[in-house]
Ligand binder design. Sequence first.
Ligand code: NAD
Length: 282
Amino acid sequence: MSEYQRVRLGVNGAAGRMGRQLLQAIAEQPQARLLAAIDAPGQACIGFDSSLLAGGEPSSVPVTELADAPLADCDTLIDFTAPRVTLQLIDILLDRIASAGELSDGQVALVIGTTGFEPAQLERLRAAATRLPIVFAANYSVGVTLALALLEQAASALGNDYDVEISEAHHRHKVDAPSGTALAMGQVVADALGRDLATDAVYGREGITGARETRTIGFSTVRAGDIIGDHTVLFAGNGERLEITHKATERMTFARGAVRAALWVADRKPGLYDMRHVLGLA
Ligand code: NAD
């Protein structure tokens, strides 16, 4: 494969837990080439070769802050940062489109892995997808993507006779709860059962809660140690229980999935896609 055919990728949040894995996943993907490694202004890694973050051969791609990154040279940017940082990147890409057709000979697509968006922030992300091709998934693993399809099937078949409870566990550094993946699982179940997460979700229970209301979808959260990401959806009826569980044992699972999404979305039309589109399940 020639240099010309390789998809040119940038990573926002390159020094983070996921960013470092993404740099590795790009290095091992022959169809991809790293063009930009971006992290926060003031980070110690700014100005150094990005291989310092991920190991391996020198890449001759320095870590830069966003303002200095060669965004227009990238086909796809992969962002695993924090909601306000992701929205800042989106605003910059939209400004570039608005100003002087700078991207007329090539668009920049986005793969967003960041979680923890507030509803108003999600609206801005969705609006941006009318101008930019965006893959947005709370979980880039193949296993979780398949689990979402299985959950839809299970909820539709079991219906309202089975109580639904979702539990998740992550490492001590995670800043949002419940996880984006748990919420995505809840959304799939709510849609299949004709419920509304905004009114039917219960986030933790304490004290005299009263008996369980049938429509509720319960969430519980564990934060401990270095757990990469465990999720279980329990369907509990009279006389039987069904559990659908996914356990991630290494972050490379998410990173490889995100790089796969980045290759897939590079030449798509603007729109909001998820991993089910990338894997051909949607
Ligand atoms: P992290 O804190 O280790 O990394 C975040 C990185 O973003 C840091 O290096 C930080 O310096 C950088 N950053 C902060 N401000 C920035 C700025 N202005 N410009 C550029 N970079 C900036 O976090 P993490 O564990 O890597 O997780 C990042 C996000 O990805 C979280 O929202 C997490 O929930 C999510 N996540 C998603 C998946 C998935 O499959 N979708 C998997 C794992 C984690």
